[in-house]
Design a binder for this molecule. Sequence first.
Ligand code: ADP
Ligand code: ADP
Length: 216
Amino acid sequence: MLKASNIQKSYGNLSILKGVDFTIGKGEIVSIVGASGAGKSTLLHIIGTLDRADKGELYIDDIAIHKLSAKELSAFRNKYIGFVFQFHHLLPEFTALENVCIPAYIAGTKTDVAEKKAMELLDLLGVSERANHKPSQLSGGEQQRVSVARALINNPKIILADEPSGNLDSENAAALHKLFFDLRKSMGHTFVIVTHNEDLANISDRTIHMKDGNIY
Ligand code: ADP
Ligand code: ADP
């Protein structure tokens, strides 16, 4: 599903990723762990095509990501990748349903089709009764479920998450982790998750350890 070789990235003179190699199979749930500053977020951004490596090759589903133009990259990203962040980044002035629909609208989906799909996802994630609430009216766990629904609306193959349970209490964190495994089982998603949560790292199929821009 995903193959990276010799990925290098520097900011100015500072080498952040020093030639990273890994492969991730379809339907795998992989955690990336390591100390703050190790380069985890930078690597996740490169896998997510939000950022480009200076050097190295990245293939996703045999597509040579490192060869795509900026325009091709953004089309690829919309279709293939869903993002979940530590802070949900829901837009406060829109309802849960509207927030979930936004990536679909950006991809050109019609309103009624997007709303139907968004309601199905909110239902799947157990927050359909919150569809018309604004983010401020939702609990932290509910907000994160809405943000997962938003990540899923364009049917991505890969979900990338940066500290998805970092802002949740242990009960909501466990529920979110279970959700990831349920989604993998029902829809076959591949998950790459940067996390400090030991429970999540322990239940993952595999853990990638990062230190000072290298993988162990
Ligand atoms: P981690 O996610 O493991 O904490 P990051 O990938 O966020 O690590 O950051 C690794 C290093 O790269 C840090 O020293 C960080 O300050 C630096 N860094 C990340 N993004 C940038 C950027 N856009 N410009 C300059 N330095 C950056
Ligand atoms: P997180 O830890 O939640 O991944 P960060 O605070 O590390 O978030 O980074 C947030 C954003 O700022 C990222 O896009 C990262 O690339 C960028 N960034 C991180 N460190 C630096 C830095 N030293 N200079 C510029 N941008 C940075």
